[in-house]
Design a protein around this ligand. Structure first.
Ligand code: SF4
Length: 380
């Protein structure tokens, strides 16, 4: 990435609302058009919640559940069942999302893993990724929480891309009373190290920020700079998700204010401005009704959208109908195009293991976009 580094003081002034955001939004859209043209992508996915057990205690989370209250692992047959159903709906991504290292906290997790021949959840993720890679047309995208370098290396032959949200670079969010208190896997230094490992291992990597969980505007800017710094050094960041916090009932943060769309659009535009024209920038479309605002603020991707499975992390927020997403994206002057979980610019022998690359080439056109799922209407 060779784009000039923007001025952090000016970025902060935009987020603080001390200056008019008109020029920022114009520049963000211009940068997106310069780097991405009119194409806006999405990934047709099925959500595979491999385990809803977790050792962490994030105060905004409804995904993680204790044993006896919904915390469980999926059996291999259940994984294959949902992934094969996704294949029938032209999905190309099997998103493995799960809690962090539940075996460190829950005996039930250790028992499940031992009964299935695994010592760790990451070992089970590797086995299930391989199963999906070998027995279905879909591509795994592991989003398994913090991974060691060795665990990531083991996943690479079956995962064309992987992900871990940075969320925020501030360790302050781990203090008592803050959302990441008693969450060892939310240590930003550890999460930045995971991105570094992705660079070393040549893993196309998805990361991003979670906005509205008690961070300051300054900490948002610092988080984006931390991601940009990795990208300049490692080149492995294939996309950055800018995710708005949504308050969920039955969580300690249920009364915490959610970001307002106009301000959140500033965050998105600042992200585009800081990260430059080449970065793939995503806002999850099921967490907002304001598609047009974020297209104007410089995004070029809607992320994973499932025609089949719910968003297990935000089960109260249904995916938009793909027909509506396509129509509103088109009305805003863009073309909605399906992609694999790995972005076109990473589909080469530098970034993908040979067998993954061969399968990715068979599943994509000459520009690297997914062949499956082109014929809308085809969602639900
Ligand atoms: S947000 Fe992730 S790490 Fe935090 S409790 Fe939920 S599943 Fe665990």
């Amino acid at each position: 990435m060779t784009h000039p580094a923007p001025d952090p003081e000016l970025a902060l002034a935009y987020l603080d609302g001390r200056i008019d955001d008109g020029p920022l939004l114009v520049e963000a859209a211009r940068l997106r058009d310069e780097g991405k043209g009119r194409i806006v992508t999405y990934s047709r996915k099925v959500f595979v919640p491999l385990t809803t057990l977790c050792r962490d205690r994030c105060t905004y989370c409804t995904f993680a559940k204790p044993p006896g209250a919904g915390g469980m692992y999926l059996e291999p047959e259940e994984v294959l069942g949902v992934v094969k159903a996704g294949a029938e709906r032209d999905c190309t991504e099997a998103l493995f999302t799960l809690g962090d290292r539940p075996e460190d906290r829950w005996p039930q997790a250790r028992e499940f893993l031992a009964a299935h021949g695994h010592g760790t959840t990451l070992s089970y993720v590797e086995a299930m990724s391989r199963l999906v890679m070998e027995e279905t047309p879909l591509f795994p995208h592991a989003n398994p929480g913090v991974m060691t370098r060795e665990e990531m290396a083991a996943l690479r032959p079956s995962n064309p891309s992987m992900g871990l949200m940075l969320e925020n670079v501030s360790p302050r969010l781990m203090e008592k009373g803050m959302p990441h208190f008693e969450c060892p896997d939310k240590d930003p230094a550890i999460r930045l190290q995971v991105i570094d490992h992705a660079g070393e291992l040549r893993v196309p990597f998805t990361t991003g920020i979670l906005v509205g969980i008690g961070e300051t505007n300054q900490e948002i800017i610092e988080s984006l700079f931390a991601i940009d710094e990795r990208q300049r050094r490692r080149g492995c960041v294939q996309e950055v998700i800018v995710q708005n916090f949504r308050a969920k009932a039955d969580t300690p943060m249920r009364r915490h204010a959610e970001p307002l769309p106009a301000w959140f659009a500033r965050v998105v535009a600042v992200a585009r401005w800081l990260l430059g024209p080449e970065m793939n920038l995503q806002v999850p479309p099921n967490l907002t009704e304001h598609f047009e605002i974020y297209l104007s603020a410089g995004i070029n991707d809607w992320g994973g959208v499932s025609p089949l499975t719910i968003d297990w992390v935000n089960p109260e927020q249904p995916w938009p109908h793909l027909e509506e997403l396509a129509a509103r994206t088109r009305a805003a002057g863009h073309e909605l195009v399906p992609r694999l979980p790995v972005y076109p610019e990473f589909i080469d022998s530098t970034w993908l293991a040979p067998s993954v690359l061969a399968k990715a080439r068979r599943a994509t056109d000459s520009d690297g976009y997914a062949l499956a799922g082109r014929a809308l209407p085809s969602s639900r």
